[in-house]
Design a protein around this ligand. Sequence first.
Ligand code: OTU
Length: 540
Amino acid sequence: MPESPWYKQAIIYQINVISYFDGLGTGRGNLTGLTQKLDYLQSLGVDCIWLMPITKSPLRDGGYDVSDMFAINPDYGDLDDFAVLVKEAHNRGLRIMVEMIPNHTSDQHPWFQASHDPSHPEHEKYRDYYVWSVTDQKYRDARIIFLDFEKSNWTFDPLRGEYFWHRFYHHQPDLNYDNPEVQKAMMRVIQFWIDQGADAIRVDAPPYLIEREGTNCENLPETHAYYKRLRKFVEAYAPDTMLLAEANQWPEDTREYFGDGDEFHMNFHFPLMPRLFMALAKADRTPIEQILARTPELPENCQWGIFLRCHDELTLEMVTPEERQFMWDYYAPQPEMRINLGIRRRLAPLLDNDPRCIRLLHSILLSFIGSPVMYYGDEIGMGDNINLPDRDGLRTSMQWDDSPNGGFSKADASRLRLPVIDDPVFGYRKVNVAAAEADPGSLLNWLRNMIRIRKQHPVFGAGRLTMLAPANKQILAYLRDDGDARVLVVANLSAETQKIGVKELFGPTSRWSDLIDGTTFQTNQDIQLEPYGFHWLLPD
Ligand code: OTU
């Protein structure tokens, strides 16, 4: 086995900086605070820290509405603080991933200010930086993504007297990639963040750069051509930098984002995610099997990013209408739990806080194809607050201990941006890092161990995955194999004990031992699977 690139063996941990740790007593999380928590992250065993947008922003979309791509939101600190974070992370062998949001800016961005205002001194220079039109009837085949909030992808701008195009909120005008100046400007953004020390870039909402009449304006060839140029630049400038696309698309369309290994290094596997939850809800592996059958091989050096939850809604865009309804009925019975085409809940509450299900899904996350991406707080089983607007309910402060504000901030509670979770089940008095660290049986300590085991076996990161087909559909079974090592994963998706013979799964092979607890199984012996239980089996 040739040594695989770092991101194939990486575990990525996603952080909302504003909610992670306030090291300054301001009531908002900041880079200084995050730097103080690097030891914690190192002890968890993750390799790469993904920071949600830290650039200047009016924060009407969690920072995905950027008003200055070259400056850090003053609440979070400044570029010097970022340099300290990078240095301290690198000292601990941790990498830093930042965001690039190529599709749009905030309407507060100076480019838009100049573009929409004919009396602005720089209007001429910036007039074509955004997608303007005298009618709102163009590109009618493009869907509306934030459909709980927006009626149209066009909004009228009274100053300019024209409509501007936006795939997301109306305060997030889309940049015009038919303008070569925009293309160049965004290259400079990526260069800038590489210069600041970023090891990886998550590229937000990549499918929507270019619009063409008569298409759905997603995944267009011109859009891919731009990403290939971007990659070429990165390859020449800082070849170790990993580019992760967030293309929320069907596997066939997603495949294009990898190109011939000359576009993105990684892309999230969006369609897999809801199917993990579906398979669990139905106690039937079929949804996972079906999506895997549709999942194409990737070029060498490319990798899927897989995840259970993230900062957005659990999106149900990549399922059929019937599957969506099933998921809503099962996982989001109350209307407040739904948003757009998804579910705005965190992992633990979604799974009724059942530790068996939480561990089962994590065991799949850590052993399935691709590199796992974990969402901050899920490692301690944090809850959500569906009374908060938009997706804020699942972006609340990290719960560090049982002191006021969950140890997140020393500021007065009234200065916090979002209230800390304080309910009897998920509240910070009960669910917090300090308590989890002290409890040998906690989810956190269990995960640390699972991550450690995964990292001892590179086959999980770089090996092939073959689905096995035991007659019992309640059992999910797959083989990871890299030519050197083989690991057989078996998982029980149901609430009943199941039995399965190794022979049925894999034919006559001597003896298997469980990587997790050391139990051994003879070929002729049945493997007992507890409700929601699983084994990672290594042939002896
Ligand atoms: C991304 O979202 C971000 O993750 C969101 O937090 C932002 O609000 C949004 O972009 C705008 O910047 O476009 O291709 O379907 O997957 O909103 C994926 C839910 C995106 C997300 C979708 C996503």
